[in-house]
Design a protein around this ligand. Sequence first.
Ligand SMILES: *Cc1c(COP(=O)(O)O)cnc(C)c1O
Length: 366
Amino acid sequence: MSGPVLHHRTPEFLQILQQTWANLKIVFQTKQMVQILTGTGSAAMEAAVVNSASQGEPVLVVVSGKFGERWADMCERFSLTTTRWEVPWGEALDLSAFATQLKENPRTKVVFTQACETSTGTLHPIEAMAKLVRDILPDALFAVDAITAVGCTKLQMDDWGIDIVIAGSQKAFMIPTGLSFIALSERAWSRQSKSVTQKYYFDLQAEKNANSKGDSQFSIPTPLVTGLNLVLQRLKAPGGLRQLQQRCQILAETTREVGTALGMPAYSKSPSPSVTALSTSSDSSTIRDWLEGSRNITLMGGQDRLKGKILRVGHMGDVQDDDMLALFSSLSEHANQIERWLKLKAEVEAKLKSAPPLFAQEVSTP
Ligand SMILES: *Cc1c(COP(=O)(O)O)cnc(C)c1O
């Protein structure tokens, strides 16, 4: 990414773009085109909304945290008839309650959900949800914000029958913010052609037309795509994707174990492998400030009703064992639990060592 910047219409770059498109399909587990949009994850959320439904059409949104609220706010902004289904924060949604919601909203055109609600570190049962949508509302689309799920948990778009999957560059793809990704099933494409919601930049059919000629519709940030291409080449090596998922899983388990030992248990009852929210008994912003000021470690806190109550530890990206160990020892120091940590340390180190490395195979850089 720090090499000379390629022009976005040169054959040299378009070849990289082709490779990137092909390899994104592996991570999304789909045969469909995975489009690359210039814009952060929320851009792909908006693209999903404006290409799947039209003004006045009923949609059902799972709201289990801040990102679910964002889906619902977007749907309302585009004048969709929006039913917000509130799920208690920190809990995986209950499948029989979900089935009831689907039955009570039989005209629903699209069901929107997060796979992982990043604001609470909670993973939802997407495979089972997809099946319920298909069985109960055969004409509805199932749209999944999988921004903190694609790459770090198992998510099989085609096999599970998901209609819209979105992801973002700064999460499991380990590159800076700026790109988002969206894939539509055939059913979703046929709905797209009927959607009359106003759109220009996020008209996915226009993008698809450009893509079929081997190009992107608009200028595209070539350094980000070049970085993405390298990450994807590594992930597509045999076992690469599974290995990344296992690594996230082990980092998350370890974080929960250490958190519990230090009096900061996981907030979520259905914790995600991509990000762990630890509940703190004292104000978490004080702990964050101390970690940042004294230990050079940046964590996110909670928002809204979770402000000051949780610390969120990310497991996506190039997170090394030493990063985790530095965090754990710092947390124990702040909690006056150093002895406790020292007793655990050897076991934790061994567990982290058992995690596979980030990539199965190194790929030489150009
Ligand atoms: C990060 C994230 C987004 C997108 O946020 P941006 O700031 O627009 O990249 C959307 N949904 C979830 C679940 C996320 O974790």
